[in-house]
Design a protein around this ligand. Sequence first.
Ligand code: DGL
Length: 290
Amino acid sequence: MNAPPPHAASRRRRPLLLIFDSGVGGLSLLPALQAVLPDADLVFASDNAAYPYGTRDADSVVARTVNVVETLVAQWQPSLVIIACNTASTVALPALRTSLGCPVVGVVPAIKPAAAATHTGRIGLLATPATVARPYTAELIATHAAHCEVVMVGSSTLVDLAEHCLRGRPVPPAAVHAALAPLREHPAAARIDAVILGCTHFPLIRDELIAAFPGPRLWLDSAEAVARRASALIGARPQTDAASGNRTAIFTQAGADVTALESALAVRGFTNATVFDIPLARRDSNPVTG
Ligand code: DGL
């Protein structure tokens, strides 16, 4: 256990948002959050001990997410939790909303806005292998995009490449190109005009993705919608003069993968990375898909 929370929830002058992801993907929400809640204190938590979530079965993702987020909420008492992970949100939101005593905002693929914006009725969905297989995703498509053809590509390689990118490692164009082959080579590829980034890691390599599949005019993620929802839940409050709030990064396991993120965190205003050891329990460690 490390530093206690800076202020108990009731005594805090500024809202505190807990942004949770398996890895660095949650950082892609920061610009949108900064725009609507500039002075909020942020705790960004990465469950790097259990990364990646996108190759785990649903039960293990639910168990692990609830375990880690409950622990962090008890420690930090945030005003609001953002599950900045499509893979976790598509299965764990009901359990989290039952178990946590604060509002929870999830991130799910931007299928509704993509279906509203497409001119061709052909949409690409890039997400993790788990997210593309989820009944929740199928329901989103059936509800909002039944009139569209949605070409789904699940890729863990792209998640890893985003992790590399934030650690200053190269993102080889050939690797991105290969990961997008199922989209580019799909019979509907030439008519796809909107691609949904259904994993929070993917906006971190948006330019590389566009370079590998330059046709679509729209590349949509859920960051602004999530930020708007977070802001609405936080509600009106007195202005403070702080230009930005305190930012703390938490990891569930120490290691070289954490130290390699130092400069990516620093440029985003996180001056320290704290390890809050939450080892994998046996029920959490149940990889299934490739
Ligand atoms: N960033 C997560 C998402 O939005 C997934 C990354 C992982 O596979 O752990 O789905």
